[in-house]
Write a protein that binds this ligand. Sequence first.
Ligand SMILES: [Zn+2]
Ligand SMILES: [Zn+2]
Length: 272
Amino acid sequence: MQLRRQRRSAPRAAPLPDTARSAGEDFGRAEIHSHTRASDGMVSAEELVRAAADAELSVLCITDHDTLPELGAAIELGSQLGVDVVRGEEVTAAFPPGVHLLALFIERPVRMHMSPVDTVDAIHDQGGLAVIAHPFMPTWFASMSPRGARALLEERAVDGIELRHTAPVLPRTWARLDAFYAAHRERAGAALGSSDSHFGAHDVGRVITAFPGRSAADLRRAIVERSTSPLTRPGARGPTLRMRVEQQYRSLVWLPLERLSGRVGRGPAQRR
Ligand SMILES: [Zn+2]
Ligand SMILES: [Zn+2]
C-alpha cells in the first residue's frame, strides 16, 4: 500500500501526493493540531468542527494551549458530520522560554511549565500520546531546537513529531528535520503533519496527517504503529493579514494574561 511504501522507501518523508482516495486507497485525513477561542484560536470548537467537515477531514484533534476545554457539543456535532473529535492540549513545557508539546487522547489537563521529560510522563501516565510540535522554528520560544529534541529523546521516546507544519521556517529546515527524523526514528515516533489551525475554515486541514482507516481509534493505532504520513494540501487558502494581526494580539497579550490569572495551565503536578 502506498502509505507504507512511502514511509519505508522515503526517509526524507516526502509528503504523499493527495491521490490516494482517487486511487482507491482508503485512508483518513486528520488535523492533529488546532485551536479554538478556549486559547488563542479565532473560532469556536463547533465552527472548527464544521470547517473540518468541509475540508473532508475525518478526525479533528483540538489542542488548545495549556487548557482542555469541555468539548461535549463539538463532539456531538462532529458525530453528526462524520468528524471524530479528539481531546488534546498543546502544553507549554520548559518555561522559560517554553517549548510546545502536543498531548493527544487525554481526559485531564496536563500542567504547563514542567520539564519536557515530566510533560511526556504526565501525558503517558493518563494514556495520552506525546508529540513534538512544530520543531526547528527559528524562534527562541515555542519550538524545540535540534539540541532540545535530542536531549528529550535521549530520556524519553515520544509518539510522534510534526515533520510538516505551517509555522515559518528557514530554508533547508525540512531537509534538516527529515535528516533528524531518519537518525532518531526509533524514539521520535510517527511522522505527522499539522496545520496548527487558529482560523477555522481559513486554515484547518492545510497540512494533515494521512492514516489508514477513518476513525479516531484508527488514527491512534496508526500513530502507535507509525503508519501515518504528513501531507501538504496544495491550494488551501490561508487567513488574511487582518485575521493574523487579531490572532497575534490574542496569542501575545490575552493568552499570557489568562495564564497569569491561573485560568489556564493548572493541570495536576507530575509526581516522579
Ligand atoms: Zn505551538
Ligand atoms: Zn498550536
